[in-house]
Design a protein around this ligand. Sequence first.
Ligand code: XMP
Length: 317
Amino acid sequence: EWTMQSFIEDTVAEIRARVGDDQVICALSGGVDSSVVAALVHRAIGDQLTCIYVDTGLMRTGESASVLRFFREKTSLQVIDVNGTEFFLSSLEGIADPEEKRKRIGYGFIEIFEAEARKLANVRYLAQGTLYPDVIESVSFRGKAPIKSHHNVGGLPERMQLDLIEPLRELFKDEVRELGLELGLPEEAIYRQPFPGPGLGIRIMGPVTAQRLDILRRADAIVLEEMKDSGWYRKVWQSFAVLLPIQTVGVMGDSRTYEHVIALRAVDSRDAMTADWSQLPYELLGRISNRIINEVRGVNRVVYDISSKPPATIEWE
Ligand code: XMP
Protein backbone atom coordinates (compact mmCIF):
# COMPACT_ATOMS: atom_id res chain seq x y z
CA GLU A 1 0.00 0.00 0.00
CA TRP A 2 1.32 3.44 -0.96
CA THR A 3 1.32 5.97 1.87
CA MET A 4 3.29 9.18 2.31
CA GLN A 5 5.16 7.56 5.17
CA SER A 6 6.15 4.53 3.09
CA PHE A 7 7.16 6.85 0.24
CA ILE A 8 9.47 8.72 2.63
CA GLU A 9 11.00 5.54 4.01
CA ASP A 10 11.58 3.99 0.58
CA THR A 11 12.97 7.18 -0.91
CA VAL A 12 15.28 7.86 2.01
CA ALA A 13 16.64 4.32 1.83
CA GLU A 14 17.12 4.61 -1.93
CA ILE A 15 18.95 7.92 -1.70
CA ARG A 16 21.19 6.66 1.09
CA ALA A 17 22.13 3.54 -0.84
CA ARG A 18 22.76 5.45 -4.03
CA VAL A 19 24.81 8.29 -2.57
CA GLY A 20 27.07 6.28 -0.26
CA ASP A 21 29.88 8.55 0.92
CA ASP A 22 29.56 11.10 -1.87
CA GLN A 23 28.38 14.68 -1.58
CA VAL A 24 25.15 16.12 -2.94
CA ILE A 25 24.31 19.69 -3.86
CA CYS A 26 20.94 21.25 -4.30
CA ALA A 27 19.73 24.59 -5.59
CA LEU A 28 17.44 25.99 -2.97
CA SER A 29 14.98 28.66 -4.11
CA GLY A 30 12.75 28.84 -1.07
CA GLY A 31 9.93 27.39 -3.13
CA VAL A 32 7.99 24.34 -2.05
CA ASP A 33 9.65 21.88 -4.43
CA SER A 34 13.28 22.62 -3.66
CA SER A 35 12.55 22.95 0.08
CA VAL A 36 10.88 19.55 0.17
CA VAL A 37 13.68 17.94 -1.84
CA ALA A 38 16.27 19.45 0.48
CA ALA A 39 14.41 18.23 3.57
CA LEU A 40 14.00 14.74 2.12
CA VAL A 41 17.62 14.39 0.99
CA HIS A 42 18.80 15.85 4.27
CA ARG A 43 16.83 13.23 6.13
CA ALA A 44 18.63 10.57 4.07
CA ILE A 45 22.21 11.82 4.17
CA GLY A 46 22.40 14.75 6.62
CA ASP A 47 25.37 17.03 6.09
CA GLN A 48 26.50 15.29 2.93
CA LEU A 49 23.99 17.71 1.40
CA THR A 50 24.92 21.33 0.71
CA CYS A 51 22.28 23.76 -0.55
CA ILE A 52 23.06 26.80 -2.63
CA TYR A 53 20.74 29.79 -2.71
CA VAL A 54 21.29 32.23 -5.58
CA ASP A 55 19.73 35.66 -5.27
CA THR A 56 19.14 36.62 -8.89
CA GLY A 57 17.98 40.09 -7.94
CA LEU A 58 14.69 39.13 -9.59
CA MET A 59 12.99 38.11 -6.38
CA ARG A 60 10.00 39.66 -4.66
CA THR A 61 10.46 42.34 -2.01
CA GLY A 62 12.32 40.98 1.01
CA GLU A 63 12.17 37.45 -0.37
CA SER A 64 15.83 36.49 -0.27
CA ALA A 65 16.31 37.71 3.28
CA SER A 66 13.24 35.91 4.56
CA VAL A 67 14.04 32.65 2.76
CA LEU A 68 17.58 32.62 4.15
CA ARG A 69 16.40 33.53 7.63
CA PHE A 70 13.92 30.68 7.51
CA PHE A 71 16.44 28.02 6.49
CA ARG A 72 19.06 29.22 8.93
CA GLU A 73 16.75 29.57 11.91
CA LYS A 74 14.25 26.78 11.38
CA THR A 75 16.21 23.99 9.68
CA SER A 76 19.61 22.37 10.01
CA LEU A 77 20.37 22.50 6.29
CA GLN A 78 23.78 23.84 5.26
CA VAL A 79 23.05 26.78 2.99
CA ILE A 80 25.53 28.83 0.97
CA ASP A 81 24.12 32.07 -0.38
CA VAL A 82 25.30 34.06 -3.36
CA ASN A 83 24.24 37.54 -4.38
CA GLY A 84 23.97 37.70 -8.16
CA THR A 85 21.92 40.89 -8.41
CA GLU A 86 24.31 42.96 -10.50
CA PHE A 87 25.45 40.04 -12.57
CA PHE A 88 21.89 39.20 -13.66
CA LEU A 89 20.79 42.78 -14.26
CA SER A 90 23.73 43.42 -16.55
CA SER A 91 23.24 40.17 -18.43
CA LEU A 92 19.59 41.13 -19.08
CA GLU A 93 20.36 44.64 -20.28
CA GLY A 94 18.33 45.52 -23.37
CA ILE A 95 16.84 42.01 -23.69
CA ALA A 96 13.10 41.94 -24.44
CA ASP A 97 12.57 38.46 -25.88
CA PRO A 98 11.02 36.10 -23.29
CA GLU A 99 12.97 32.98 -24.21
CA GLU A 100 16.20 34.94 -24.47
CA LYS A 101 15.58 36.27 -20.95
CA ARG A 102 14.96 32.74 -19.69
CA LYS A 103 18.12 31.52 -21.38
CA ARG A 104 20.30 34.26 -19.95
CA ILE A 105 18.88 33.85 -16.47
CA GLY A 106 19.27 30.08 -16.72
CA TYR A 107 22.89 30.27 -17.92
CA GLY A 108 23.77 32.90 -15.35
CA PHE A 109 22.33 30.75 -12.66
CA ILE A 110 24.32 27.75 -13.82
CA GLU A 111 27.53 29.76 -13.98
CA ILE A 112 27.17 31.00 -10.41
CA PHE A 113 26.00 27.67 -9.11
CA GLU A 114 28.83 25.83 -10.83
CA ALA A 115 31.44 28.20 -9.41
CA GLU A 116 30.12 27.62 -5.89
CA ALA A 117 29.78 23.87 -6.32
CA ARG A 118 33.36 23.56 -7.58
CA LYS A 119 34.58 24.86 -4.26
CA LEU A 120 33.12 21.78 -2.58
CA ALA A 121 34.88 18.43 -2.69
CA ASN A 122 33.54 15.09 -3.92
CA VAL A 123 30.27 16.38 -5.30
CA ARG A 124 28.74 13.69 -7.44
CA TYR A 125 24.99 14.36 -7.33
CA LEU A 126 22.59 17.22 -7.91
CA ALA A 127 19.23 16.97 -6.16
CA GLN A 128 16.37 18.88 -7.69
CA GLY A 129 12.64 19.29 -7.30
CA THR A 130 11.41 18.23 -10.70
CA LEU A 131 7.72 17.35 -10.48
CA TYR A 132 5.62 15.25 -12.78
CA PRO A 133 4.13 18.21 -14.68
CA ASP A 134 7.65 19.66 -15.22
CA VAL A 135 8.66 16.39 -16.80
CA ILE A 136 5.70 16.62 -19.17
CA GLU A 137 5.96 20.29 -20.13
CA SER A 138 9.69 20.58 -20.72
CA VAL A 139 10.28 17.57 -22.88
CA SER A 140 9.27 17.61 -26.50
CA PHE A 141 6.06 15.70 -26.74
CA ARG A 142 5.02 13.80 -29.87
CA GLY A 143 7.58 15.74 -31.85
CA LYS A 144 6.36 19.17 -30.70
CA ALA A 145 8.71 21.71 -29.22
CA PRO A 146 8.54 22.23 -25.45
CA ILE A 147 6.04 24.94 -24.50
CA LYS A 148 8.47 27.02 -22.51
CA SER A 149 12.00 26.26 -21.48
CA HIS A 150 11.20 25.65 -17.83
CA HIS A 151 14.52 25.11 -16.28
CA ASN A 152 15.55 23.94 -12.94
CA VAL A 153 19.28 23.89 -13.39
CA GLY A 154 19.28 22.47 -16.90
CA GLY A 155 22.72 22.03 -18.44
CA LEU A 156 24.55 21.90 -15.14
CA PRO A 157 24.55 18.12 -14.70
CA GLU A 158 26.33 17.62 -18.04
CA ARG A 159 28.85 20.39 -17.49
CA MET A 160 29.74 19.20 -14.04
CA GLN A 161 29.18 15.54 -14.75
CA LEU A 162 26.66 15.28 -11.96
CA ASP A 163 24.05 12.60 -11.63
CA LEU A 164 20.53 13.74 -10.85
CA ILE A 165 18.52 12.90 -7.79
CA GLU A 166 14.90 13.78 -8.53
CA PRO A 167 12.75 12.15 -5.87
CA LEU A 168 9.61 14.16 -6.73
CA ARG A 169 9.45 13.18 -10.39
CA GLU A 170 6.23 11.27 -10.00
CA LEU A 171 4.42 13.69 -7.72
CA PHE A 172 1.98 16.53 -8.24
CA LYS A 173 2.23 19.75 -6.27
CA ASP A 174 -0.50 18.86 -3.77
CA GLU A 175 1.33 15.61 -3.00
CA VAL A 176 4.60 17.49 -2.58
CA ARG A 177 2.91 19.76 -0.05
CA GLU A 178 1.61 16.77 1.85
CA LEU A 179 5.09 15.26 1.79
CA GLY A 180 6.62 18.48 3.09
CA LEU A 181 4.21 18.63 6.02
CA GLU A 182 4.97 15.00 6.77
CA LEU A 183 8.68 15.87 6.80
CA GLY A 184 8.00 18.53 9.38
CA LEU A 185 8.35 21.66 7.26
CA PRO A 186 6.16 24.45 8.64
CA GLU A 187 3.07 25.67 6.82
CA GLU A 188 4.76 28.95 5.88
CA ALA A 189 7.18 26.97 3.73
CA ILE A 190 4.57 24.60 2.33
CA TYR A 191 1.68 26.85 1.41
CA ARG A 192 3.68 29.14 -0.78
CA GLN A 193 2.49 29.86 -4.23
CA PRO A 194 4.81 28.69 -7.01
CA PHE A 195 7.28 31.31 -8.18
CA PRO A 196 9.12 30.85 -11.48
CA GLY A 197 12.90 30.44 -11.50
CA PRO A 198 13.38 33.51 -13.75
CA GLY A 199 11.37 35.44 -11.19
CA LEU A 200 10.24 38.98 -11.87
CA GLY A 201 12.41 38.91 -14.99
CA ILE A 202 9.55 37.30 -16.90
CA ARG A 203 6.90 39.51 -15.26
CA ILE A 204 8.35 42.67 -16.73
CA MET A 205 7.31 42.79 -20.35
CA GLY A 206 10.19 44.20 -22.37
CA PRO A 207 13.67 44.92 -21.02
CA VAL A 208 14.34 44.51 -17.31
CA THR A 209 15.80 47.58 -15.62
CA ALA A 210 16.37 48.43 -11.97
CA GLN A 211 13.68 51.10 -12.18
CA ARG A 212 11.07 48.78 -13.72
CA LEU A 213 11.94 46.10 -11.18
CA ASP A 214 11.32 48.60 -8.45
CA ILE A 215 7.86 49.49 -9.79
CA LEU A 216 6.88 45.85 -10.19
CA ARG A 217 8.18 44.93 -6.74
CA ARG A 218 6.08 47.59 -5.06
CA ALA A 219 2.96 46.58 -6.94
CA ASP A 220 3.60 42.89 -6.34
CA ALA A 221 4.08 43.44 -2.61
CA ILE A 222 0.65 45.08 -2.43
CA VAL A 223 -0.95 42.18 -4.31
CA LEU A 224 0.67 39.70 -1.96
CA GLU A 225 -0.27 41.59 1.17
CA GLU A 226 -3.91 42.02 0.14
CA MET A 227 -4.21 38.39 -0.96
CA LYS A 228 -2.88 37.25 2.41
CA ASP A 229 -4.93 39.67 4.49
CA SER A 230 -8.14 38.67 2.73
CA GLY A 231 -7.45 34.94 3.09
CA TRP A 232 -7.28 34.46 -0.70
CA TYR A 233 -3.56 33.72 -0.95
CA ARG A 234 -4.02 30.05 -0.15
CA LYS A 235 -7.22 29.67 -2.15
CA VAL A 236 -5.58 30.36 -5.49
CA TRP A 237 -2.72 28.63 -7.29
CA GLN A 238 -0.82 31.84 -8.00
CA SER A 239 -1.46 35.56 -7.76
CA PHE A 240 0.90 38.28 -8.91
CA ALA A 241 1.47 41.53 -10.76
CA VAL A 242 2.87 41.98 -14.26
CA LEU A 243 4.38 45.22 -15.54
CA LEU A 244 3.26 46.02 -19.09
CA PRO A 245 5.49 47.66 -21.69
CA ILE A 246 3.06 50.46 -22.45
CA GLN A 247 2.08 53.73 -20.85
CA THR A 248 -1.44 55.07 -20.81
CA VAL A 249 -3.03 58.45 -20.25
CA GLY A 250 -4.57 59.28 -16.91
CA VAL A 251 -5.49 62.32 -14.87
CA MET A 252 -4.35 63.43 -11.44
CA GLY A 253 -5.69 66.69 -9.99
CA ASP A 254 -5.78 69.02 -13.01
CA SER A 255 -2.96 67.36 -14.87
CA ARG A 256 -2.61 64.69 -17.43
CA THR A 257 -0.43 61.72 -16.58
CA TYR A 258 1.20 59.24 -18.91
CA GLU A 259 2.28 56.24 -16.88
CA HIS A 260 2.70 52.49 -16.55
CA VAL A 261 0.01 49.78 -16.45
CA ILE A 262 0.02 46.86 -14.02
CA ALA A 263 -1.84 43.67 -14.90
CA LEU A 264 -3.08 41.46 -12.06
CA ARG A 265 -3.01 37.74 -12.59
CA ALA A 266 -4.62 35.15 -10.30
CA VAL A 267 -5.38 31.58 -11.33
CA ASP A 268 -6.80 28.35 -9.96
CA SER A 269 -5.05 25.13 -10.93
CA ARG A 270 -3.98 21.73 -9.69
CA ASP A 271 -0.78 21.26 -11.63
CA ALA A 272 -0.23 24.40 -13.76
CA MET A 273 -0.88 22.45 -16.95
CA THR A 274 -4.32 23.99 -17.17
CA ALA A 275 -5.61 26.95 -15.18
CA ASP A 276 -8.72 29.09 -14.80
CA TRP A 277 -8.60 32.76 -13.92
CA SER A 278 -9.66 33.21 -10.32
CA GLN A 279 -12.99 34.83 -9.55
CA LEU A 280 -11.62 37.19 -6.92
CA PRO A 281 -14.19 39.41 -5.21
CA TYR A 282 -14.62 42.80 -6.89
CA GLU A 283 -14.04 44.43 -3.56
CA LEU A 284 -10.60 42.81 -3.25
CA LEU A 285 -9.73 43.70 -6.83
CA GLY A 286 -10.81 47.25 -6.12
CA ARG A 287 -8.67 47.52 -3.03
CA ILE A 288 -5.60 46.15 -4.79
CA SER A 289 -6.10 48.50 -7.71
CA ASN A 290 -6.60 51.58 -5.51
CA ARG A 291 -3.58 50.80 -3.44
CA ILE A 292 -1.31 50.20 -6.42
CA ILE A 293 -2.40 53.39 -8.14
CA ASN A 294 -2.13 55.46 -4.96
CA GLU A 295 1.04 53.95 -3.56
CA VAL A 296 3.19 53.02 -6.54
CA ARG A 297 4.68 56.06 -8.26
CA GLY A 298 4.59 55.73 -12.02
CA VAL A 299 1.47 53.55 -12.27
CA ASN A 300 -1.91 55.04 -13.22
CA ARG A 301 -3.86 52.01 -14.39
CA VAL A 302 -4.48 48.43 -13.22
CA VAL A 303 -6.16 45.71 -15.31
CA TYR A 304 -7.27 42.18 -14.42
CA ASP A 305 -6.31 39.27 -16.66
CA ILE A 306 -9.36 37.05 -17.31
CA SER A 307 -7.71 34.47 -19.57
CA SER A 308 -7.49 30.79 -18.85
CA LYS A 309 -4.76 28.30 -19.78
CA PRO A 310 -4.95 27.14 -22.48
CA PRO A 311 -4.86 29.11 -24.68
CA ALA A 312 -3.12 31.70 -22.48
CA THR A 313 -0.36 30.60 -20.12
CA ILE A 314 -0.17 31.50 -16.44
CA GLU A 315 2.84 33.78 -16.84
CA TRP A 316 2.77 36.45 -19.49
CA GLU A 317 6.12 35.41 -20.94
P1 XMP B 1 3.04 28.82 -17.63
O1 XMP B 1 3.30 30.28 -17.74
O2 XMP B 1 3.83 28.01 -18.61
O3 XMP B 1 3.54 28.42 -16.20
O4 XMP B 1 1.56 28.49 -17.70
C1 XMP B 1 3.26 27.19 -15.59
C2 XMP B 1 3.89 27.22 -14.21
O5 XMP B 1 5.30 27.22 -14.29
C3 XMP B 1 5.85 28.40 -13.74
N1 XMP B 1 6.90 28.84 -14.67
C4 XMP B 1 8.21 28.63 -14.50
N2 XMP B 1 8.88 28.06 -13.51
N3 XMP B 1 10.89 28.46 -14.65
C5 XMP B 1 10.23 27.99 -13.58
O6 XMP B 1 10.88 27.49 -12.67
C6 XMP B 1 10.29 29.05 -15.70
O7 XMP B 1 10.94 29.46 -16.66
C7 XMP B 1 8.86 29.13 -15.62
N4 XMP B 1 7.93 29.62 -16.45
C8 XMP B 1 6.73 29.42 -15.85
C9 XMP B 1 4.71 29.37 -13.64
O8 XMP B 1 4.91 30.32 -12.60
C10 XMP B 1 3.53 28.46 -13.40
O9 XMP B 1 3.45 28.08 -12.04
